[in-house]
Design a protein around this ligand. Structure first.
Ligand code: AMP
Length: 226
């Protein structure tokens, strides 16, 4: 099963991506988390990507397509994958379709987490996440441990460098300009499922579950999978 998660910053892609992965066993791959890790480790990808990320703009499509091509060759993603944050532009979506076609695969569903900018700014202002595994805490609704260490992997918790108000605004402008046309692309292809992100995590999670259960039912009729 190949699921793509799309949404503006703060829409909840990371949180729900991890929940989908835990529930259904498909690995969750966040392009943002992997890029941040690459920057921290100063890999060739990280060195190429860092200046774009700091500015809150997208890393060029050619770099991202090279990244996903290497990723899809890994055996651990053969049974399914939850792609979070990639693709983000029409050329990335087209490039991904071509790559998948070569592997005789296709995207099953694109979940679009829809959020308005004011709500996203409010959410991101209280977000703190693990610098190592990306686990997200919320200072109000899901406070981090006092030790400031991640419950899951022991990594250091920090406010993301690109979660400042101005950078969030830049990321929204980028989203409207580059990602909205990609959403239209998937809508035309009949792959898009819009998720209303109003309400708490459980409420939004139930909407995601309803979509994915419907999909599993269609893919393997009578299996009740998912
Ligand atoms: P995210 O954690 O998904 O918000 O991503 C953080 C930053 O990583 C973005 O602002 C971009 O600079 C970069 N990035 C992540 N995914 C992509 C992508 N698919 N295409 C281009 N840049 C990306």
């Amino acid at each position: 099963m190949i699921i793509v998660l799309v949404g503006a910053p703060g829409a909840g892609k990371g949180t729900h991506g991890r929940r989908i992965s835990a529930k259904r066993g498909w690995p969750h791959v966040s392009s943002g988390d992997l890029l941040r890790e690459a920057v921290e480790k100063q890999t060739p990808l990280g060195l190429e990507a860092v200046r774009y990320m700091k500015a809150g703009v997208l890393v060029p499509d050619a770099i991202m397509l090279r990244w996903v091509e290497e990723l899809l060759d890994k055996p651990e993603y053969a049974d399914g994958i939850v792609l979070d944050g990639f693709p983000r532009t029409v050329p990335q979506a087209e490039g991904l379709d071509e790559l998948l076609e070569r592997h005789d695969l296709e995207i099953d569903c694109v979940l679009f987490f829809d959020i308005v900018e004011e709500s996203a700014v409010e959410r991101l202002a209280s977000r703190i996440s693990c610098s190592r595994c990306g686990l997200i805490y919320n200072l109000v609704t899901q406070p981090p441990p006092e030790s400031n260490e991640c419950d899951r992997c022991g990594g250091t918790l920090e406010v993301r460098a690109d979660d400042g108000r101005e950078t969030i605004h830049a990321r929204f402008i980028e989203f409207r300009g580059s990602t909205q046309p990609m959403i239209d692309y998937y809508q035309s292809a009949g792959k898009l499922a819009r998720i209303d992100t109003r309400g708490g995590i459980e409420e939004v999670g139930a909407r995601v579950t309803a979509v994915l259960d419907g999909l599993a039912g269609r893919k393997a009729p009578g299996s009740g999978a998912g």
